[in-house]
Design a protein. Structure first.
Length: 164
C-alpha cells in the first residue's frame, strides 16, 4: 500500500513541474506594490498564464483581459462591456473592473474557437475586433505592449491621443 501511495504521489508531483509554464509565470515579473493578487492585479498581462486551471489555484479563466481607455497610455476603461461570440453563435458579456480587467470562468463561458470580440463599449465609445481569437483566451497573449511587429499593443477604446 505504501508503494502505491508513494508512486501516486511521485506521479502527481512530477506532473506538476512544468519548466515552460514556470518560465512563463516568472517572465510576468512580480506583483505591483500595494496590489494584492485578486481581480485588480496584473492589468495588461496574459491572465491565462496563471489562470489556466492546471492546479486549481488560481482558479481557471476561459477568457480574460484588460481594456484601457487609450492606445498610447494605460488608464483603465472602468465599466466597459466586452461582448464575445464563439463559432457556434454563443454570446456572452463581461464588464471591466476598476483595473480595466474582465474575466470569464469555464462554468460561465466555455467558448468554441474561433471567438470574435463583437464589441468593447463604454459610454459613447464602441469598437470591435476585426480578426478572430484562435485559441488563447488571454487578450494579452496577442495584445502585449509595446505595439510593434509582434503585437498590435494593448486593448483600448479610443484612438491615440483622442479624448472622450
Amino acid at each position: 500500500m505504501k508503494r502505491v501511495l508513494f508512486a501516486l504521489f511521485a506521479a502527481i508531483t512530477a506532473g506538476s513541474c512544468d519548466p515552460v509554464h514556470d518560465d512563463a509565470v516568472a517572465a510576468l515579473g512580480g506583483e505591483i506594490a500595494g496590489v494584492r493578487p485578486g481581480p485588480l492585479h496584473r492589468p495588461g498581462q496574459p491572465c491565462l498564464v496563471c489562470h489556466d486551471g492546471a492546479f486549481g489555484d488560481p482558479r481557471a479563466f476561459s477568457m480574460a483581459g484588460t481594456v484601457f481607455l487609450y492606445g498610447n497610455s494605460t488608464p483603465p476603461a472602468i465599466g466597459a462591456t466586452v461582448t464575445l461570440e464563439d463559432k457556434n453563435g454563443t454570446t456572452t458579456t463581461a464588464t471591466t473592473n476598476e483595473a480595466g480587467n474582465f474575466y470569464l470562468t469555464p462554468d460561465t463561458y466555455s467558448p468554441h474557437y474561433p471567438v470574435h470580440v463583437m464589441s468593447l463599449t463604454s459610454g459613447d465609445a464602441s469598437v470591435s475586433m476585426h480578426s478572430h481569437i484562435g485559441g488563447n483566451g488571454s487578450c494579452a497573449g496577442c495584445h502585449a505592449d509595446p505595439a510593434g511587429p509582434d503585437s498590435p499593443g494593448h486593448v483600448y477604446l479610443h484612438v491615440y491621443g483622442a479624448t472622450p
